[in-house]
Each structure stands twice: as structure tokens, then as C-alpha cells.
Design a protein around this ligand. Structure first.
Ligand SMILES: Nc1ncnc2c1ncn2[C@@H]1O[C@H](COP(=O)(O)OP(=O)(O)OP(=O)(O)O)[C@@H](O)[C@H]1O
Ligand SMILES: [Mg+2]
Length: 254
């Protein structure tokens, strides 16, 4: 489904900065993969490269066997819009629009009938438990509802791959749990492939596998074998070996 091959990213400036160094890994169809690592280790950079928002300095990203950076500008824009779904930490909702209008937004660029758009919005809203707030403005809903709206918008076009950068970073623990359970359900029931950056071991324990990054390099991988509780403990152990308490793994985004 996703293959990151020999990917490096150097930010050029007065002083060049190597944010990613020869990364290699694959994500299977239907997998729910977490990305963890200290602040500044390159997690957001990695997600931006996979989502083709940012170009790698070397290497290639293959999505369904297709080299993402072999596409021209127009193909790339279409690819991003049709095949990928993004969830950001700060929701990125349009406050002048209602919940429904926000969710429908990605579809309005496509040649899809209004009836079909409505049908899709209703199905996804139902799944995410936000049917009753579809006509509210985004400033009238809670943080958890905002995040679920952002997830609905990311999923409404049935993307092949869902990328989430700290999707629970702005939520209290109850709302975070709801959002994580929703993501897990979408992954298990609909077979959606997901990659989620998180600094929170609790959130990470919902994943099937965790990729740990340190200084732009692959540090370790952890596969979930047993219960979520045991996976959580395994994750905590790796975080400890990474150095610093887990709460030093900052959620501050650049
Ligand atoms: N546009 C940029 N120009 C130059 N350097 C950058 C740029 N964006 C990020 N960096 C640097 O690259 C490194 C990796 O940044 P990145 O945002 O990927 O980290 P992160 O792992 O997401 O951190 P956090 O957990 O704080 O969000 C950091 O040292 C950062 O300073
Ligand atoms: Mg980041």
C-alpha cells in the first residue's frame, strides 16, 4: 500500500538541516501504524513527504506501487485530493461553514451529484456520531466534535490512505478516547489504512504497529502482539529508552 524507500529530507537554508535520513519502511493495506519520536525528530516532515505536501531530497514514496513524485503537478494535486485523507491537530475547519458544508467540501471539487454528496455525508456522519450537529457552525461544537468533523471530511471521499498528525493533541482524554475508538473502528470495519503521529503512548496503543523515529532515522519498530495494555507498556519502554519522560515528547508543532 505505502512504501517509503531511501527517503531523506534536507531543509536548505543558511545552514542545511537533515530532518530525515535514509528512511525505509512499508505499510500494508489495512494497517494502522503509529509514528512516535521526540520533538524535532522528523515526524511531521515524514507525514508531509508521504502526503506529497513536501518533496523529499532523495528517495521515493510509492503509494499502491505508484511513485508519488513521478507524477506531474496536476496529477499530484488530483492524487492528493482523491487518494489521501488528512487529519490535522488543529482541525483546519472553515468557521464560516456548517459541519455538513465542511465535510462536503472535498466533494464539491469532484463531479458528483448533490444526492450522492448528501448520501455520503450522511453515511459518514452516522458512523462518527455527528449526524445531530450537521447544521451547526463549527464554533458551536466541542473539540471532540470538531475533530470528528475533521475526520469525516478526511474520509468522505474514501481515501486509500489516511494521514493524521496528532489527531488527539487538542482533546481532553474522554474526547481523545472517542476519536481513537472511531479511528480504530474505521480501520477494522472498513479496512482503511492509517498512519498517525502521536506523542501519547495511550493513543499509540490503538495502533497495530509503531515506528519510532530519532534524529530523522528509524530507531525501532514495535508490533502489537497482545492486549492494548501490554502494547502500551512496550511502547512506554521504548519511549524511556529513547530518552526523556514521555511528557517531554512534545506535541508542539512547528
Ligand atoms: N521548513 C523548515 N525549514 C527548516 N527546518 C525545518 C523546517 N521544518 C522542520 N524543520 C526542522 O526539521 C526537524 C524535524 O521537524 P518536524 O516538524 O518534522 O519534527 P516533529 O518530529 O514533527 O516534532 P514535534 O513533535 O515537535 O511536532 C526539526 O529540527 C525542525 O527544526
Ligand atoms: Mg510535528
Amino acid at each position: 500500500m505505502l512504501e517509503v524507500r531511501n527517503v531523506s529530507k534536507v531543509y536548505e537554508g543558511k545552514v542545511n538541516y537533515r530532518a530525515l535520513s535514509d528512511l525505509n519502511f512499508t505499510v500494508k493495506k489495512g494497517e494502522f501504524v503509529g509514528v512516535m519520536g521526540p520533538s524535532g525528530s522528523g515526524k511531521t516532515t515524514l507525514l508531509n513527504v508521504i502526503s506529497t505536501i513536501d518533496k523529499p531530497s532523495a528517495g521515493e514514496v510509492y503509494i499502491d506501487g505508484k511513485p508519488a513524485f513521478g507524477l506531474n503537478k496536476r496529477q499530484l494535486a488530483l492524487f492528493r485530493r482523491r487518494e489521501l485523507g488528512f487529519v490535522f491537530q488543529d482541525f483546519n475547519l472553515l468557521s464560516t461553514l456548517t459541519v455538513k458544508e465542511n465535510i462536503i467540501f472535498p466533494l464539491t471539487l469532484e463531479n458528483i451529484s448533490v444526492a450522492e454528496q448528501d448520501g455520503r455525508v450522511n453515511r459518514i456522519a452516522d458512523k462518527l456520531g455527528i449526524s445531530h450537529i450537521l447544521n451547526k457552525r463549527t464554533y458551536e461544537i466541542s473539540g471532540g466534535q470538531s475533530q470528528r468533523t475533521a475526520i469525516a471530511r478526511a474520509l468522505v471521499h474514501d481515501p486509500k490512505l489516511i494521514l493524521a498528525d496528532e489527531p488527539t493533541g487538542n482533546l481532553d482524554s474522554k474526547a481523545a478516547k472517542d476519536v481513537l475508538e472511531t479511528l480504530q473502528k474505521l480501520n477494522k470495519d472498513d479496512g482503511a489504512t492509517m498512519m498517525m503521529v502521536t506523542h501519547d503512548a495511550q493513543a499509540a496503543s490503538y495502533c497495530d504497529r509503531i515506528i519510532f523515529i530519532k534524529d530523522g532515522m528509524l530507531y525501532r519498530e514495535l508490533q502489537r502482539m497482545d492486549s492494548r495494555k501490554e502494547f502500551f507498556e512496550d511502547i512506554m519502554n521504548v519511549l524511556t529508552s529513547l530518552g526523556g519522560a514521555s511528557d517531554e515528547l512534545s506535541s508542539v508543532r512547528l
